[in-house]
Design a protein around this ligand. Sequence first.
Ligand SMILES: N[C@@H](Cc1c[nH]c[nH+]1)C(=O)O
Length: 372
Amino acid sequence: MTDPISKGLLPEGFRDRLPPQAEAAADLLRTLLDRVSAHGYERVSPPLVEFEDSLVTRLSSARPQDLLRFVDPLSQHSLALRPDITAQVGRIATTRMAHIPRPLRLAYGGPVLRVRPAQVGPQREAMQMGAELIGSDHVDAVAELLGIALEALAAAGLSDMSVDLTLPDLVGTLAGGPWPITAALADMQTALDGKDAAALNALGAARYGTLIEAAGPADAALARLKALDTAGALDTRIAGLERLVATAAPHAAVTIDPTERHGFEYQTWIGFSVFAEGVRGEVGRGGTYLVRHPGGSEEAAVGFSLYVDGLVDAGLGASRRRRVFVPLGTDAALGAKLRAEGWTTLAAFTDADTPTRLRCEYALKDGELLKL
Ligand SMILES: N[C@@H](Cc1c[nH]c[nH+]1)C(=O)O
């Protein structure tokens, strides 16, 4: 009989991080947060668990069926594990930090959990870090966030990045203005999500097919968007896209997919995804959105989240600390001096401890450092 507990098995979608990957994950998180903090984003640390209702209603990011939920035996309240920290930052910004002058720049890093994997692969727990600017969704603010995301990822060791820009509320904006539709908006969006021109024709909305055709490398996509007859409804969005292409282009290849909404359930006029060579799935994503105050008023915001696990799996953040074997009886001050210089020391307790067993590439011998 298989006994998952005594074998140390974990529930599906969860894993242990072992050395050296656990260290790499912590290093990467530190590097990313340091970059964000250098731009004035102050760290907040919301809890892993909240009232289910609070997570579901604050942003349309989480449907109840996507949340890992449970009833708190103490209070009998329905609680849920957070699937995304952005909603929690929104809660903090509109309640406990509502009186702080805007723009409010906040950063965070910690685990998030979902019922179903959010990223490529089977994992249901992910390490999310990010930054949110509350009080503006102006293109200047978006450019700041996009630039910081790319800067932080470069500092973490990523190269060969690409950025995909999208306009999550584009279809709604066109449908409510210059391109009226007879079909239901939800049906239109399903057809566009599937890049299904035939379905658009059947819905009597063939011209929305031109938006699918506009997707591609930034320059060509911008030219196609500018050629659309939208009675000026897209002018500010196109100007915004041009500005963001200019922000990202020095660091990444840029594409535009005007109708892509997957993963942008709560973003408004702009969304972006970051990918990188050698990393499976999205490295991160962000965009503009609205946070709701307790009185019902809404405030514009922009932010991004980066997913650290893909970077770890790609081999980034590996420690370059060198391990030195410190033989039995060595003066403690010698080890302390090496550690102060950035070495990792491994002290022998018995004669059976050898450099090989302790996985050291260096050893102290008669007070001298030897490469083995
Ligand atoms: N939290 C979002 C990205 C985001 C942050 N801020 C705005 N959008 C996500 O992980 O998909």
